[in-house]
Design a protein around this ligand. Structure first.
Ligand code: CU
Length: 500
């Protein structure tokens, strides 16, 4: 099967992809990690890399349609180590996984060979997690979106060597939300995530339990982890052979690790918890019928009111919870989740069973952004710039010995994040801050769209865009902030804030 390629309008055409035989072209570069770059700014080694077979940012490999032949896998719920205490064990492991029928792919996983279980906490819980590194290389256990002290956060300072373990303990103080966990060892994050290290965290609270939203896990409350990969001729994930310094993109979509997935649903409202778990690809999710759906939650909690949308875009690490109404569909309806190119990501099959009657409440949360927060002066400025291995934040690459900013615990500050374009355009950088949920004040001076008026831990920042956020850290310690294109992160597009 050939790999489909897309060319940007202003192409600096270096198209050297081994094994590619079927290039289709389009002018549409919307929502892709596309970069048209000034050649003069590149050094020779970068050029050499690109000439030797890495993709340039002028083309994005299209995804293949899902054939729908495999029922979607649902991550298992991780049970506690014993009944009395809220203690969990999470092991990073290697293994072999039958992703493609009849063959075993070498993969990484948590408590299994590929991806991980789902950890479900309740607000107010004191949770202990025993993390164990059973890999042959160092790793860390980072809890993306969780508001914990930095020594429990699993940043690059917290590397566990092979065979090492560490127990962390924290209280769940934040509201109901869909978070996730992944490795964060500096320079190795991209490959470890690519090989399969990623898992889900659900937080429940009194509010989420009282809202009567669809909440039957795996039935009408379904997590969807989107990850694109390239399988080689032996059906292996050979990261080094497909790695792109600017973000590794694949032609094959896995959802929850399932190749060619379909989801069987009852005739009811179904809540889909979308997580962009890809190294670099952006997704704009739509229904193939053009029908609308409602978004009910952002990265870190419920929106105040459901927002009706025809599409929602997620950059790497962002989440959105949406509710799709299947209750009025006929059997035989041809319904699928697609992306902006019309690629079928997830076909739905309607079962004969009638579903539960649930309602999306008109009021779900009391998130607020005060005038005081809006009017705070900007006290931290972030400038994202560069491409390939020449990415930087405020002109600097990550240095574990350097603290870039300090901030007082419990004090709200306004950060201004600017994506500085190069002469030929630039690319979207998804920007993530550890250890806190924040609020978007403005995008280019404008109020953010309705579906971003909620708690966020990762934001898309487009070329030449300035995003202002209000952020407060509940805990102390040194936290990372970085681009969530994992290869940019590994290439040093990361800094540190020390909360005192
Ligand atoms: Cu980036």
């Amino acid at each position: 099967m050939g790999i489909k390629i897309k060319l940007a309008a202003v192409a600096m055409s270096i198209l050297v992809i081994s094994g590619c035989s079927n290039n289709s072209q389009s002018d549409d570069e919307k929502n892709h990690p596309t970069m048209n770059h000034n050649m003069e700014e590149m050094d020779h080694s970068t050029m050499g890399d690109m000439m030797e077979g890495h993709m340039s940012h002028d083309e994005v490999v299209l995804l293949n349609d899902s054939t729908g032949e495999n029922e979607l896998k649902i991550p298992t719920l991780l049970s506690r180590d014993n009944e009395e205490d809220i203690v969990y064990t999470v092991r990073a492991q290697k293994g072999k996984t039958e992703i493609v029928d009849g063959t075993k792919t070498n993969t990484y996983g948590y408590n299994g060979s590929f991806l991980g279980p789902m950890l479900r906490f309740e607000k107010g819980d004191t949770v202990k997690i025993r993390t164990i590194n059973e890999l042959d290389e160092e790793t860390t256990f980072h809890w993306h979106g969780l508001e914990v002290a930095a020594d429990a956060d699993g940043g690059p300072h917290d590397a566990l060597q092979p065979g090492e373990e560490k127990v962390i303990e924290f209280e769940v103080t934040q509201e109901a939300s869909t978070l996730w966990f992944n490795p964060h060892p500096h320079g190795k994050t991209s490959e470890q995530v690519y090989n399969g290290l990623a898992g889900l965290i659900y937080i429940d609270d009194e509010n989420s339990k009282s809202l009567q939203l669809p909440n039957v896990y795996g039935e009408n409350d379904v997590p969807l982890i989107f990850q694109d990969r390239v399988f080689d001729d032996e059906n292996q994930l050979n990261y080094k052979s497909v790695m792109n310094e600017d973000g590794t993109i694949g032609d094959t979509l896995l959802i929850n690790g399932t190749l060619n997935p379909k989801l069987t649903v009852n005739k009811e409202k179904v809540r889909l918890r979308l997580l962009n778990g890809s190294n670099a690809r952006n997704y704009t999710f739509k229904l193939n019928t053009g029908d609308s759906f409602v978004q009910i939650a952002t990265d870190g909690g419920f929106l105040n009111e459901p927002v009706t949308l025809n599409e929602v875009t997620l950059t790497p690490s962002e989440r959105a919870e949406i509710v799709v109404d299947f209750s009025k569909l006929d059997n035989g309806s041809d319904l699928a989740l697609i992306n902006e190119e019309g690629t079928i990501l997830l076909p739905f099959e309607l079962s004969d069973a009638g579903g539960k009657v649930t309602k999306v409440p008109g009021v779900m949360n009391d998130f607020s952004l005060s005038d005081e927060e809006i009017n705070l002066p900007v006290t931290k400025k972030i400038e994202l710039f560069g491409m390939m291995n020449m990415v930087s934040i405020n002109g600097k690459k990550f240095d574990p010995e350097r603290i870039d900013f300090t901030q007082q615990q419990g004090v709200t500050e306004v950060w201004e994040i600017y994506n500085k374009p190069d002469m030929m355009g630039g690319m979207i950088h998804p920007f993530h801050i550890h250890g806190a949920q924040f609020k978007i004040i403005s995008r280019n001076g404008e109020t953010p769209p309705e579906n971003e008026r909620g708690w966020k831990d990762s934001i898309s920042v487009a070329p030449d865009e300035t995003v202002k956020i209000a952020i407060q850290f509940k805990h102390k310690g040194v936290y990372m902030f970085h681009c969530h294109i994992l290869e940019h992160e590994d290439n040093g597009m990361m800094g540190q804030v020390k909360v005192e």
